[in-house]
Structure formats: structure tokens, C-alpha cells
Design a protein around this ligand. Structure first.
Ligand code: AQP
Length: 334
């Protein structure tokens, strides 16, 4: 890695089909960072085990996501692209950080509370420990910047707290990372419940646009999206559904919300929804074509992953050796 450049790290879980929310809130913002930062982009498969997975689906979703990263502009010659479980230091550092994370602070995590409600039959230790694993992902690489969606800011704050706690208890070891939220931390909402986040794991298919949906499906889902009262296309707190559609339109058509409001003034929701569909399809279709081509080339993807894991491991090992030394573990003679 280039020692002069700062480091950026981010990842997405292969828990299902990647949503427009994952893309607009996170993945699409990764590409421009590659020329300025040492970038590490990871498919965080260990995180996905916190909810029950079907093994064959998890394998497919993981490789599909690797191909999708590249289709979205992640260049394996510029960035380290790898699978989390290929670098075992992530799990090892998690154990160490677990010993300085407090149960009280883990209990307060909003995502833990939400997911405990959604998966009441499977409130496992991993679900609670998820933010510590995320802190390890970030801190292992001495990350300066973490491009994330707004929903992950609380977890990033924990990573910062754990880094500072460790640094104060032992001596400066970890870089304390900063969040990088694009578009003022946009959060794309469910098409059926516009106060809730659009999530891969939402069982209501009509609530979510995935990057794998064909154009007809995208149009159908947008036509069925719930709307607010009156037929005015305006961004406002009391119009969460139309505000969400305006956000999606603005980001996919690359037009400001104010200009979009003017463009659709007096048009009614039908015309507006069709325009949102056109804009989304124009962004998603080329990515899909490229993703499909790449996913069929297994040996290329395997080479990318091998190279990415080797690059990531070098830094991860260095950090973990340092951590072990600081806390009093005997380093292994190599
Ligand atoms: N709706 C969203 N709007 C903006 N950003 C979003 N992100 C996720 N949903 C939205 C951002 O995507 C990145 C990766 O997320 P993740 O898959 O690691 O975990 P998540 O946030 O839990 O995503 P999902 O889709 O909600 O997954 P499930 O359903 O499995 O829990 C993060 O940077 C996140 O901010």
C-alpha cells in the first residue's frame, strides 16, 4: 500500500440481492475514492452469518457481489477487493476488541435492537457483536475514512470509541477513523413503508428495488410505490414517500431536487413515477450487463480475490501483531 495516501475501507454484506439503497448510499461513492486513497473494499460475509443463511445462496450472493463491485467501477488494480473471511485477522481482532467493549454500549445499538425484533427466534451473540466485527474490519487497516450510509454512523462511532479506548489504555495503535457520508448522508427508504430504510432482507419484494431487477420489475415496483396525500411532487417532511422518490430520481437522473420539483410541477404522480423508473433503469441496466459478464468468469474473480486478500492480509497482520504485543501476548516466531 502507498504510505503517503490515506486509507478508505468499506463493505457490504452478501445477505441478499443488493438494493438501490446499498448502491446509492454506499457502493456508487466508492469509485471516485480510488484515485486519491488506498482503498479496501470487502464483501463482509462473516457479518451476514448473524442472520440465518442458506449456504448455497450465501456462496452465490458472495460471488455475485464481488462481480457487482467491479461492475460498479471498483478496479482491482487500484483497490484491494476481497472477502472478509479470507483474512482471518478480522475475527482475531474482534476477540481482542470484545474484551474492551462493554455489554451496555452494545445493547444500545439501534441495529441490534431492530434486528432482534425482526429475528426474535434468533437473537444470537453474533448479532450483538456485529459492530465490534465492523470496528475490527476498519481498524485493522488503519483506516482514515469509511464511506457509509447514514444508518451505519452509530457503528462507526463505536469503532472510533474502541480505537480511542485501546490507544488510551495501551499506547497509540489505531488510527481513529472518520465517516464519509455522501449526499448529506442520504438514506433510501422502503417503497412500501417510506419511514423505514430500504433493506435487502425486507421480505416484501415490492418495497425494494434490487440491482438485479429487470426493467419491467423496476417500473412495476415504482408504479406500486406508496404515495402521500395530494398529487404534488414536492420534497417535504410530511411527504416521506414522494421525498424518497425525489431523492432516488435526483441521484439517478443527476438533477437537483429543486430542479426536479420544477420539472414535475403539476404532472401528477403517474408521470413522475415513470420518470423515476426511466432514471433508475438507465443507471441499473449497464451495471447488470457488466455484472453478468463478470460473474460468468469465475477464474478471473478468483484471481482478483486472491490478490485482494494477499494485499489486505499484509496490513492486517502488521496491525494485529502490534496489538498482540501491546496487550502482552507473546508474538509467534516466524
Ligand atoms: N437504504 C439505504 N440507504 C442508504 N444507504 C444504505 N445502506 C444500506 N441500506 C441503505 C448502506 O449500504 C452499506 C452496506 O450495508 P450492509 O449490507 O453491510 O448492511 P445494512 O446497512 O444492514 O444493509 P441492508 O441492505 O439493510 O442489509 P440487511 O437487510 O441484511 O440488514 C452501508 O454503508 C449502509 O450504510
Amino acid at each position: 500500500m502507498d504510505n503517503v495516501r490515506k486509507t478508505a475501507f468499506s463493505g457490504v454484506q452478501p445477505t441478499g440481492r443488493i438494493t438501490l439503497g446499498n448502491y446509492l448510499g454506499a457502493i456508487r461513492n466508492w469509485r471516485p475514492l480510488q484515485d486519491e486513497y488506498n482503498c479496501l473494499y470487502c464483501v463482509v460475509d462473516l457479518h451476514s452469518l448473524t442472520v440465518t443463511q442458506v449456504p448455497a445462496e450465501l456462496r452465490k450472493n458472495t460471488m455475485d457481489l464481488v462481480a457487482l463491485y467491479i461492475a460498479c467501477g471498483i478496479d482491482p488494480d487500484k483497490s484491494s477487493l476481497f472477502i472478509q473471511s479470507h483474512v482471518h485477522e478480522h475475527a482475531e481482532l474482534t476477540w481482542i476488541l470484545d474484551t474492551i467493549a462493554y455489554v451496555g454500549e452494545m445493547n444500545r445499538m439501534t441495529q441490534f435492537k431492530d434486528k432482534s425484533r425482526k429475528h426474535a427466534d434468533n437473537i444470537n451473540m453474533g448479532l450483538m457483536n456485529y459492530p465490534v466485527l465492523m470496528a475490527s474490519d476498519i481498524l485493522l487497516y488503519q483506516t482514515d475514512l469509511v464511506p457509509v450510509g447514514k444508518d451505519q454512523l452509530q457503528h462507526l462511532e463505536l469503532a472510533r470509541n474502541l480505537a480511542e479506548r485501546f490507544n488510551n489504555r495501551y499506547s497509540p495503535t489505531f488510527v481513529v477513523p472518520e465517516a464519509l457520508c455522501f449526499q448529506n448522508g442520504c438514506s433510501i427508504k422502503s417503497l412500501q413503508e417510506p419511514t423505514a430504510k430500504m433493506s435487502k432482507s425486507d421480505p416484501n419484494e415490492n418495497a425494494v428495488i434490487t440491482l438485479f431487477d429487470d426493467p419491467d420489475t423496476i417500473r412495476r415496483k415504482l408504479r406500486r410505490a406508496v404515495t402521500d396525500c395530494c398529487s404534488e411532487v414536492r420534497f417535504a417532511e410530511d411527504k416521506p414517500a414522494i421525498s424518497n422518490l425525489l431523492t432516488i430520481y435526483s441521484l439517478t437522473a443527476d438533477e437537483s431536487i429543486a430542479d426536479a420539483e420544477k420539472r414535475f410541477d403539476g404532472c401528477g404522480y403517474g408521470v413522475f413515477k415513470d420518470a423515476v423508473a426511466d432514471a433508475v433503469i438507465s443507471v441499473v441496466e449497464p451495471i447488470q450487463r457488466e455484472q453478468k459478464r463478470l460473474a460468468a468468469d469465475k477464474s478471473y474473480l478468483e484471481n482478483v480475490l486472491k490478490q485482494g486478500a494477499e494485499q489486505a492480509e499484509r496490513t492486517a497482520r502488521k496491525t494485529l501483531d502490534k496489538v498482540y504485543r501491546k496487550i502482552g501476548l507473546i508474538g509467534r516466531v516466524r
